[in-house]
Design a protein. Structure first.
Length: 352
């Protein structure tokens, strides 16, 4: 699309400067900053940027992201008062904001899963993985930089205590389970277990879930507010054929690293398993979207399905089962062509 041309006819009459929807970009930046400072809505602070990317154009999304980066820096340095590590706050939000904007609005190729040239044109699934890896490394650096501080240890312990109390409450009247949790779920052990899980793909997966959920909510908001249906490119996503071998070798690496006791090998292998799982989840999701796209569902049902997907991911009771089934579906496509075009004529291959 040529620079300066509004993305849709609905942009006509709005304040547009060099292809940038100025007023929506300012509003989006303000909402994003409010979510960052709210505490309760901080998990969804990236949604306004996705809304700008999918509802307007990549220029507007990047302008909004840069405004949030600058506004957050001012808020940390001026409005929040003295802090022990204010630059870590700025580092985290700057990295997450810019990475997410690159995922949803790559400057050189604004499409979902199209193939382009260069690192900025990789498909959304691979941008999601690269961005999640950078986000996980950023979080790891922040933890390393603050690990020995009393404030960080107090925060970790309070979170671990909260997790322990929630787990005990969820056990209900089961006396045996409650007693087991009270003995084993002590804060120090929980902190050690969470740290081990984060190194072994947990941090990568957490960042991936954060980016994915914010992206999906952005699509829902664009459909409800702007009445724009963004393309179904994800339904055409296919993982590389050789990925199954990478997954197999990674599982062997996990097994070998655990048995031999080589920590770096086990940690690296677990992260590779996580990357493969994300790609196969994307492929499984592509199969589901391919089937749904052939049904020509009404917009309200499509919005409902998006919200159902978000609820499934956020529900510990059902997400592992559902995501496991989706990943297996993606792996199975190596042998079963679920999205192969149907042919009404006879096959040119004898016996087929």
């Amino acid at each position: 699309m040529p620079a300066g041309i509004p993305q849709t006819t609905k942009d006509q009459g709005r304040l547009v400067f060099r292809g940038i929807a100025v007023v929506p970009a300012l509003l989006s930046a303000g909402i994003c900053l409010g979510a960052i400072r709210s505490g309760f809505f901080i998990f969804f602070f990236l949604v306004p940027l996705g809304f700008m990317a999918y509802g307007y154009n990549f220029r507007s999304a990047w302008v909004s992201a840069l405004l949030v980066v600058g506004g957050n820096a001012i808020g940390v340095l001026v409005l929040s008062g003295p802090a022990e590590y204010p630059w870590l706050n700025m580092l985290y939000f700057t990295v997450m904001l810019l990475i997410f904007t690159w995922i949803v609005a790559p400057p050189c190729n604004f499409s979902y899963f199209s193939k382009g040239e260069g690192i900025l044109s990789v498909s959304t699934a691979y941008r999601l993985i690269i961005g999640s890896a950078i986000g996980a490394l950023t979080c790891w650096y922040m933890i390393e930089a603050t690990w020995d501080t009393q404030g960080f240890k107090t925060l970790l312990r309070s979170q671990a205590e909260l997790f322990r109390s929630l787990a005990i409450t969820a056990a209900g009247t089961d006396v045996v389970q409650r007693s087991l949790l009270e003995r084993q779920a002590d804060p120090e052990r929980l902190i050690a277990q969470l740290g081990a899980a984060a190194l072994r793909g947990g941090g990568l997966a957490a960042c991936g879930v954060l980016f994915f959920i914010n992206r999906q909510i952005s699509l829902v908001c664009v459909g409800l507010i702007r009445h724009i249906r963004v393309g179904t490119g994800m339904s055409h996503f296919h993982a590389a054929p050789g990925l199954i071998w990478v997954l197999s070798l990674s599982l062997l690496g996990v097994l070998g690293g655990t048995i031999i006791g080589i920590g770096p090998l086990e940690i690296g292998a677990w992260n590779m398993v996580t990357i493969c799982a994300i790609l196969y989840l994307a492929q499984g999701g592509g199969i589901i979207l391919h089937v749904l796209s052939r049904m020509n569902l009404p917009p309200l049902i499509r919005v409902g399905l998006n919200m159902l997907l978000i609820i499934v991911i956020c529900s510990p009771q059902i997400n592992l089962l559902a995501l496991g089934a989706l990943g297996i579906l993606g792996i199975a496509e190596h042998w079963v062509p679920f999205r192969a075009p149907k042919s009404d004529g006879s096959s040119s291959t004898p016996g087929m």
